[in-house]
Design a protein around this ligand. Structure first.
Ligand SMILES: C[S@@+](CC[C@H](N)C(=O)[O-])C[C@H]1O[C@@H](n2cnc3c(N)ncnc32)[C@H](O)[C@@H]1O
Length: 365
């Protein structure tokens, strides 16, 4: 069984990186291709009717032709993953973590920021900027060298503006890249069977990482956030990613109020995602509390799913909510499909470690 700390086996990893297989990998291919079918037949809650049925439950689009022979082993490996690992970055990496901090490279700049999960020790390090928490709440950055006010980093054809902000954030949650990939895959697969573009609703949408990823995958996106400044940042990210003219509607609104209004208007979506904070406020001071508000919001959103939906995704950085809580919420609110949930993580370069970054629940029809 793979654990979060094991690397993805060389065979699948190489295929994911589009590198050729060596002889040993080829020898493994046949058993790896046969096994998942045997295993899936046993573990799937309802028996698979066809290859199409198996893949319709996964985040991997239905493979065709040449792709089939290597997608099956990758699918087998992914079924066994115990974590959604955002390991596709080149412009970002966690160099090290420990002592309550994480040392990250954002493009060519190295930042040290607090991370309460990093409770183990860390070795020597040097950062270009360090965020210090103050006793009275909040904190400040200290710069060891002159940094630009903002700069850009890239991820699979998307460009994001990052900037060290007053509240330790940089304007991007890089672990979310693993969810951007999942949604892009689902949307692209959906588009193959339809002539129109899928519609996506992004709630608590922040600076628009997911909005850009979904728009790049061909979706029409409605982006909702309470903070005007975040919505403006999201527009800048879309423009930087070449999506200035993409069909994205930006709304400064309270999420629950917006969802209820969409119900009355009869608008429907193929994909819905949300990344709610523990506490928050709508633009009119509306109180948001994840423990008391999450189920209500998800069940109201469920009414907005179209007849032929594509995905429903909940992310929560709130440490109190285990992945199985998200899975339960999705299963109760959307009983017809299939829900799964895992921790989300980022690889740490030193020592083959993984930094946990909350949890994600994914539902597919
Ligand atoms: C940054 S994301 C959350 C990311 C991550 N889950 C975390 O907790 O750090 C939270 C976003 O939700 C927005 N927000 C908070 N309450 C809201 C509400 N009631 N309606 C709409 N957006 C809200 C904030 O403006 C912010 O951009």
């Amino acid at each position: 069984m793979l654990s979060a700390h094991d690397p993805i086996p060389g065979n699948a990893k190489r295929r994911l990186n589009h590198q050729p297989l060596n002889q040993k990998d080829r020898a493994l291919l046949l058993p790896m291709t046969v096994l998942p079918f045997l295993k899936l037949y046993i573990i799937l809650p309802s028996r698979p009717r066809s290859v199409k049925h198996i893949f319709s439950r996964s985040r991997i689009p239905i493979p065709t032709g040449k792709k089939l022979w290597y997608t099956i082993p990758i699918y087998w490996v992914k079924r066994r993953e115990t974590m959604y690992l955002a390991d596709g970055w080149q412009d970002f990496e966690i160099l090290d973590a420990g002592n309550g901090d994480k040392l990250e490279r954002w493009g060519s700049f190295v930042l040290l920021r607090p991370d309460p999960q990093a409770v183990w020790p860390m070795g020597d390090h040097r950062a270009d900027a360090v965020y210090y928490r103050s006793q009275s709440g909040g904190g400040h950055w200290e710069f060891q060298k002159e940094l630009p006010e903002s700069w850009t980093i890239r991820y699979r054809g998307l460009t994001f503006i990052v900037r060290p902000t007053g509240f330790k954030h940089t304007g991007l949650f890089p672990e979310q890249a693993v969810n951007w990939d999942f949604m892009a895959d689902r949307l692209q697969a959906w588009r193959k069977g339809h002539s129109e573009s899928p519609r996506v609703l992004n709630l608590f949408a922040y600076t628009g990482g997911a909005t850009c990823a979904c728009a790049k995958a061909g979706a029409q996106v409605v982006h909702v956030d309470a903070a005007k400044g975040m919505v403006a940042w999201a527009k800048d990210n879309a423009a930087a990613s070449g999506l200035a003219d993409a069909p994205i509607r930006y709304m400064v609104d309270d999420c629950l109020k917006f969802v209820r209004r969409e119900q009355r208007r009869g608008n429907r979506y193929e994909g819905i995602l949300m990344d709610p904070p523990s506490y928050g406020r709508g633009p009119g001071g509306e109180m948001w509390k994840i423990e008391t508000g999450l189920y209500e919001l998800v069940s109201e959103c469920a009414k907005l799913l179209s007849e032929d939906p594509c995905f429903f995704l909940i992310n929560s950085y709130t440490t109190g909510l285990a992945p199985s809580v998200l899975k339960n919420v999705l299963t109760v609110a959307l009983p017809k499909g299939h829900a799964e949930a895992q921790e989300v993580g980022l690889p740490i370069r030193r020592g083959n470690l993984v930094l946990p970054c909350g949890a994600t629940g994914r539902w597919v029809p």
